[in-house]
Design a binder for this molecule. Structure first.
Ligand SMILES: C[C@]12CCc3c(ccc4cc(OS(N)(=O)=O)ccc34)[C@H]1CC[C@@H]2OS(N)(=O)=O
Ligand SMILES: [Zn+2]
Length: 235
């Protein structure tokens, strides 16, 4: 199975997932000075007020919070998107102790961690799985986390990590609105890319926010990271 070790990490994924050598693979290094300003792109809108979080789960690669996507109650729209995309889940890419965990970089600089809020095109596709394999199937909002003061709401996630210590475990996680994890500005870069983990489908319209949110070292601390790393042995 794939992982992040030497033998099974990103440089080996192409053997089982040849699309890894495709022409719209993520993550990328975003170079602001080279980013083209597209005047046809308007602002993005996040309609999360009616969102219903369901559970928090450990899928062996990340801790994922899933939402009820049975209707258009919570969507992202605008920006590069031709129609609303339904909120499905969010997850984090943490670093190890003191090492950068973000997947995207900005002019070569990584961040402590990166939050991905995954939405799918329920207007064009019947299921999330179908959308996840289609070129315009997913819209993922990327939000960088940088180290500083405590984030006043992140504890709600990190406090729940011990409940999903082991791969395959899940527990109820109701009443969480990801709006509380957004920075003040929704200014963004956007590009057509892919899932950043196998199956690496080239199905993601990436919308990466320019403004990071601030979390404390303690919050992404050994506890949270060990819980995550301890349960994700690379073998
Ligand atoms: C393709 C799938 C649906 C979406 C999806 C998958 C795998 C890894 C993913 C990683 C992501 O993370 S990220 N960093 O945002 O790219 C985002 C979405 C992912 C599988 C899970 C079920 C579908 O699999 S399936 N039944 O074979 O179609
Ligand atoms: Zn991700």
């Amino acid at each position: 199975h794939w992982g992040y070790g030497k033998e099974d990490g990103p440089s080996a994924w192409h053997r089982q997932y040849p699309v890894a050598k495709g022409n719209r693979q993520s993550p990328i290094d975003i170079i602001p000075n080279e980013a083209r300003r597209d005047s046809t792109l308007g602002p993005i809108f996040l309609k999360y007020d009616q969102c219903r979080s369901l559970n928090i789960a450990n899928n062996g690669h990340s801790v994922v919070v899933e939402f009820d996507d049975s209707d258009d109650r919570s969507v992202v729209l605008g920006g590069p998107l031709d129609n609303p995309y339904r909120l499905k889940q969010f997850h984090f890419h943490w670093g190890g102790k003191g090492c950068e965990g973000s997947e995207h970089t900005v002019a070569g600089v990584g961040y402590a961690s990166e939050l991905h809020v995954v939405h799918w095109n329920a207007v064009k596709y019947k299921t999330y799985n179908d959308a996840a394999a289609a070129p315009d199937g997913l819209a993922v909002l990327g939000i960088f986390l940088e180290l500083g003061d405590d984030h006043r709401w992140l504890h709600m996630i990190t406090d729940a990590l011990y409940m999903v210590k082991f791969k395959g475990s899940a527990t109820d996680f109701k009443g969480f609105n990801p709006k509380c994890l957004l920075p003040s500005s929704l200014h963004y870069w956007t590009y057509l890319g892919s899932l950043t983990t196998p199956p690496l489908h080239e199905s993601v319209t990436w919308i990466v926010l320019k403004e990071p949110i601030v979390v404390s070292e303690k919050q992404v601390s050994a506890a949270a990271l060990n819980i995550i790393h301890k349960t994700f042995p690379t073998v």
